[in-house]
Structure formats: structure tokens, C-alpha cells
Design a protein around this ligand. Structure first.
Ligand code: NDP
Length: 607
């Protein structure tokens, strides 16, 4: 068969088999038997990097609180404040947020490393822009503006007076006799709540590599999610002048590192960047918002824009690419070479090949950006990523690659030994060489998709004292990713068995709307309790499993990372994508909308 597609791909200028083989070899080089277990995981291990809050001048000395509320929301990041906002819009007023930081913001409260910025377009990422009448300053917002926006939402919905800050939940326990959740905190608070929404975040537990000797180091060290400006000087916009006499090691080269390295490289006496897998670094091309354009947008524009973006990044057909950036690029190209709809029907292999070719083209461009930007031949080769673009979260930055042209900045490729060898009292050993440094900065990410008990610092005990983590020990078990059997009036907002989006705030907002609907309906229907039936839970898990086969092959071929559970797709924890509702967020929202329209509260037992 000689379809239009075959013709299009007859003269590629590169050999797909050769590239596939190269990708496989680079992946195999990095595969570790210990997979996700390579990261330290006890609370004590990371406590020294994450327990202190360097951003608060004085601890709040309040005494224990005893209170009863209608809804307690655990977490004051975007997922928590969206849940509270959507509840208040429905007239559910008695809502309390419990947050470990001293303000709202979650990841944007804690992650204040220099250069921190959101890689998703601000017009899609910042929620409630229409409701609050706010115009983002730029196409891609920097962290301070995002943090301010969280505060703006808090003010607008009157959430501050309802919240307990600097408070960590230590346990949630359901009392069947009272039909209430009992919430304990590290400040001996006793809160009773009819409903609990667990919105504790996705990037809230820092991940440290289980590198031998990590606790032996005698110099200064911190994780990027608690940037120590007392040590480095400067602030989020740079000026890290106290590093001028310091030798610094940065471990990790994911999204965080790509944004922070240019600032550290500018000021440190010497910077050693330890890289296991290079990120794909595309152009950022930020620009100020065109006010005239922004003011011309019609009501409903933000939802439409988010949906357009989400459709494109799951590969659905689209008429116009509104965001038109590095996230949508491959799909825009793919759509432009596809024959009219229907012509390739029945030939999924050919479609898959077309998608792979566009990916190769994209990644060839990413690799040629490295060629153009980096002078040193060894660094240049090491900085080239050999995997498909969405195997890891892509990054976008205009300064990172050129930072390796500075004489004080050194790239240390640790791929051959699957990571740095060990940490000593004086520094980092890699490839058998000890690098003595004054400071180690861990840019090693978060427990985003690891086993559930590693992602939350407390357990949840439902009916009959059943542990949530026990319930989930053979894998997640939920209906719609939002609630589980045995855990009445308990809801989860975050990354779970639901429609994911790289634009996380859209996902949180949609989940928040749905949970707010359920809580409101339970009251309206004169009930006290809503609980998922075992049948509904089993059905949803089966549906997730059935659909997950769609992308298994793709993630199996990927270099290890948190998207594919460090390359281990079997076993209870399968990584981010294998547990999600693979048709994507728009399809998931349509499914939830239909569920609400039917009005049966199907799968929930009300009593
Ligand atoms: P990542 O998990 O993406 O990166 C961790 C890094 O640490 C990787 O480069 C990893 O290498 C490296 N690493 C781990 N163990 C070792 C080891 N033993 N030796 C050497 N290197 C090691 O963390 P980030 O903080 O960069 O990003 C986490 C997530 O936070 C992102 O994926 C994104 O979702 C979010 N984020 C979003 C931003 C945004 O713009 N919206 C900005 C920043 C973060 P390897 O890849 O080989 O495993």
C-alpha cells in the first residue's frame, strides 16, 4: 500500500532503525535493578533537607486548636485552594485548610530556587484568571508571580481566615460512631470534619538519591526545594554573590536544574553539574503579554484554551493550536502531514510510525541546538538526549546550554556508572574521581509517582481502622482516582487514577469542581455519608488497566525516570502514566460531566 504518509516519509535524511538502536542502548545503560528503590525513603533521611522552613522568620507559636468543620482540606497548594474555592462557589462555607507552609502556594511556596518558572503557558496554567480579572505579566510566569496568584485566590475567596498554617497533619482517622474524620496534627490540634479533601500535593516530598555516604558530607548542602539564600546570597532573580568563593556541586539535571544552573554558574567560583540523563532543552522564547490581545479575549476563553492545549498534547485532532509552543510542536507537525481524517483508518502502525518520525525530527532539532550552543566537544555530546521527547518532562530554557561554555562550569557525565558513585566528607565521587566542594545542591526531584506511602507523610485510617496504604499496597484502588471504598467522605485531589494533564492546575481544578459537586449533593440529598462501593472501585481499576496498554510500549522503550517508574512497569506501582486514565483529561472530564448529568451518584453509596 502506498498511502500519502508512506510517500511523505520516503526520504527522511536519517535512519529510524539506527536511532531506535541508539535510544535502546542509552536506556539500557541507565537501567538499574533497584529501580525506584534507589531513592532514600525514610522520613529521617530527608528530614534534614525538608523539615525546616527557611522562608518563615518566626514560627507561629499558637497553641493546639480543637474545632469541628464541615470540610477539611489538607494542603494549601493549587489543588487545595481550588477545592476550597469551588466549594465556596457552591455555598459550602465551613471549609478549613491545613497547610504546612506559612502561606498558600504549595510547590510555589517551597520552590524558590533562582530562575524558577512555570514551563506551561501562564494563560493556561494560572487558574481563575477570568474570575479574578488578572492578566499574567508574561507568556511563562516566574515563580514569584505564581505564588502571588495563589495569595490572590486566597484573598478573593476569603480562605486565609479559615486556614491553619505551619501545621502538618499526622493522621486522619474515621470515626464511624460520629460519622466524622478526626484529624491530628504535629501541633496537637484535634479537628473533626464531616468531609476531608486530601490535596497534599504532587511535588511535596523531596527525593534524595540513595547515594552511599550521603549523610557523611561535612560541607553545606540543601535540596532545591529549600533554597538557602543565606548561604548563596541573592534571590529568585539571581545575584548569588556569596557563591563567588565557593565550589558547588549540583546533582540532577531535570526541569529544576535546567532553570537554576545558569544562575549558579554565573556566580560560583566553580560549578560541577553531575548529569546522569540529559534533559531535552528546547527554546523558551518568553514574551510579555500583549495587553490588547488579552483584553480582546471573550468570556470562557481560559477553559477553551486549556481544552485546546490538552487535546493537542494527547494527540487528538485540532483546528487551531492556540498555545503553539514546544509542548504542542510535535503534534502540530504530525497533524500537518496526516492525510484527511479517515484516510489512515485501519493502519495504526503507519500512524505510530508517523508519530515516531516527527519525534525523531524534533529530537534531532533539540540535539542540534546543543551542537550550536556548546563549544566543548565532550560536554556537547554528553548534553544530547537520546530518547523520545515525552519520555521525560521536556524543558525549555535559553541560557542553560550556553552556561557550559563558562570556564568555571563543568559537566560531569555519570551515566556509565548509573549515577554518582558516593558522597564523602569532602565532596562527590563520580567515575572514580573525588570532587571536593563547599556545597552540594540536590536537584533530585520529588516523590511524584512513587508508591503512595512515600508521597504522603501520614496514614489515613478509614472504616474499621483500615489503612489507606494497606488498601493500596497492591496498587491504587479508587473510583475516578478521587475516592476509595472503606474511606467514607474522603476525597483525593492530585495525580491518581484520573485524566492527567501536563497542565496540572487544570487537572486539579476539574477534580475540585467534581468533588465540590459531590459534597454539595450529599447535603442536598439529606445524607451524611458518601462512600464508593467495592464494585464501582473494582470496575474503575479494571478500566484503568484496560486502557493503560495503549501506552505501555512507548514507556517501556523510554529511558528510566518517574514517568515510567524508573523503567519498571510491572508490580504494584507502575509509574505516572500507566495508572492514569489514558484518553486524557478532556475525555475524563466528559466522563465526569456525564456522571453528574445522570444524577444517580452512580458508584457511591449515600447514607
Ligand atoms: P527530576 O525528578 O525531573 O530530576 C531529578 C534529577 O536527579 C534527574 O536528572 C536524575 O537523573 C537526577 N538523579 C537522581 N539520582 C541521581 C544519582 N544517583 N546520580 C546522579 N543524578 C541523579 O526533578 P526536578 O526537580 O528537576 O523536577 C521534578 C518535577 O517538578 C518536574 O518533572 C516537573 O513536573 C516539576 N517541575 C516543573 C517545573 C515547571 O516549569 N512547571 C519546573 C521544575 C520542576 P535521571 O534523569 O538520570 O534519573
Amino acid at each position: 500500500m502506498n498511502t500519502p504518509l508512506k510517500k511523505e516519509y520516503s526520504n527522511l535524511g536519517f535512519d529510524p532503525d539506527q536511532l531506535r538502536e541508539k535510544y535502546r542502548a542509552e536506556r539500557d545503560k541507565r537501567m538499574r535493578d533497584d529501580g525506584d528503590e534507589q531513592f532514600l525513603r525514610t522520613r529521617d533521611d530527608y528530614a534534614r533537607y525538608a523539615d525546616e522552613d527557611p522562608f518563615v522568620d518566626e514560627p507561629d507559636e499558637r497553641g493546639p486548636v480543637e474545632r469541628e468543620v464541615d470540610v477539611a482540606v489538607i494542603g494549601g497548594g493549587f489543588s487545595g485552594i481550588m477545592a476550597a474555592a469551588r466549594l465556596k462557589e457552591r455555598g459550602v462555607e465551613d471549609v478549613m485548610l491545613i497547610e504546612s507552609g506559612a502561606d498558600f502556594g504549595g510547590t510555589w511556596y517551597w520552590n524558590r530556587y533562582p530562575g524558577s518558572q512555570c514551563d506551561i503557558e501562564s494563560y493556561c496554567y494560572l487558574p481563575l484568571l477570568e474570575e479574578l480579572g488578572y492578566m499574567p505579566k508574561e507568556k511563562y510566569s516566574y515563580a514569584p508571580e505564581i505564588f502571588e496568584h495563589c495569595q490572590r485566590i486566597g484573598e478573593y475567596y476569603g480562605l486565609y481566615e479559615l486556614s491553619l498554617f505551619q501545621t502538618r497533619v499526622t493522621e486522619l482517622r474515621w470515626s464511624e460512631a460520629e460519622s466524622r474524620w478526626r484529624i491530628s496534627t504535629h501541633r496537637d490540634d484535634h479537628i473533626r470534619a464531616r468531609f476531608v479533601i486530601q490535596a497534599a500535593g504532587t511535588a511535596n516530598v523531596p527525593k534524595l538519591p540513595g547515594i552511599e555516604g550521603i549523610h557523611d558530607y561535612q560541607g553545606h548542602s540543601f535540596h532545591t526545594c529549600r533554597w538557602d539564600y543565606d548561604y548563596t546570597g541573592g534571590d529568585q532573580s539571581g545575584g548569588l554573590t556569596k557563591l563567588s568563593d565557593k565550589r558547588v556541586a549540583m546533582i540532577g539535571t531535570g526541569c529544576t536544574s535546567i532553570q537554576a544552573v545558569p544562575f549558579v554558574g554565573e556566580h560560583a567560583r566553580e560549578l560541577f553539574v553531575f548529569q546522569r540523563t540529559p534533559s531535552s532543552v528546547d527554546a523558551r522564547g518568553n514574551m510579555p503579554t500583549d495587553e490588547e490581545w488579552y483584553r480582546s479575549l471573550k468570556p470562557g476563553w481560559q477553559r477553551a484554551r486549556r481544552e485546546n492545549f490538552a487535546d493537542i498534547v494527547v494527540g487528538r485532532p485540532f483546528e487551531e493550536d492556540l498555545v503553539a509552543d514546544g509542548w504542542t510542536d510535535i503534534f502540530r507537525r504530525l497533524q500537518s502531514v496526516l492525510p484527511p481524517e479517515g484516510a489512515v483508518e485501519g493502519d495504526p502502525e503507519e500512524l505510530a510510525f508517523a508519530a515516531e518520525v516527527e519525534d525523531f525530527r524534533k529530537m534531532n532539532e533539540i540535539r542540534s541546538r546543543v551542537d550550536k550552543s556548546v563549544k566543548d566537544p565532550a560536554a556537547r555530546e554528553a548534553l544530547k538526549p537520546w530518547y523520545r521527547q515525552f519520555c521525560k518532562r521536556p524543558t525549555f530554557n535559553d541560557e542553560y546550554l550556553a552556561t557550559f561554555n563558562r570556564p568555571n562550569v563543568h559537566l560531569v557525565d555519570v551515566s556509565e556508572r548509573k549515577g554518582v558513585d558516593r558522597i564523602t566528607e569532602k565532596g562527590v565521587v563520580a567515575n572514580g574521581v573525588e570532587y571536593e566542594v563547599d556545597c552540594i545542591i540536590y536537584a533530585t526531584g520529588f516523590e511524584m509517582t512513587s508508591a503512595p506511602h512515600r508521597r504522603v507523610n501520614f496514614d489515613v485510617y478509614g472504616r474499621d481502622g483500615k489503612s489507606l496504604f494497606g488498601h493500596w499496597d497492591q496498587g491504587l484502588r479508587t473510583m475516578h482516582g478521587l475516592s476509595s471504598h472503606g474511606f467514607p467522605n474522603w476525597f483525593f485531589i492530585g495525580v491518581n487514577q484520573n485524566g492527567l494533564s501536563v497542565n496540572m492546575t487544570a487537572m486539579f481544578d476539574d477534580q475540585a469542581r467534581h468533588v465540590a459537586y459531590i459534597i454539595d449533593e450529599v447535603g442536598k440529598r439529606g445524607s451524611q455519608v458518601a462512600e464508593v462501593t467495592p464494585e464501582a472501585e473494582t470496575e474503575w481499576v479494571a478500566e484503568i488497566r484496560r486502557l493503560s496498554f495503549a501506552n505501555r510500549e512507548f514507556f517501556e522503550a523510554c529511558t528510566p525516570g518517574y514517568y515510567n517508574n524508573e523503567g519498571q512497569l510491572d508490580g504494584p506501582n507502575k509509574g505516572l502514566v500507566a495508572q492514569a486514565y489514558s484518553p486524557g483529561i478532556n475525555a475524563f472530564n466528559a466522563l465526569l460531566a456525564e456522571w453528574r448529568e445522570q444524577g444517580e451518584m452512580e458508584g457511591l453509596e449515600l447514607r
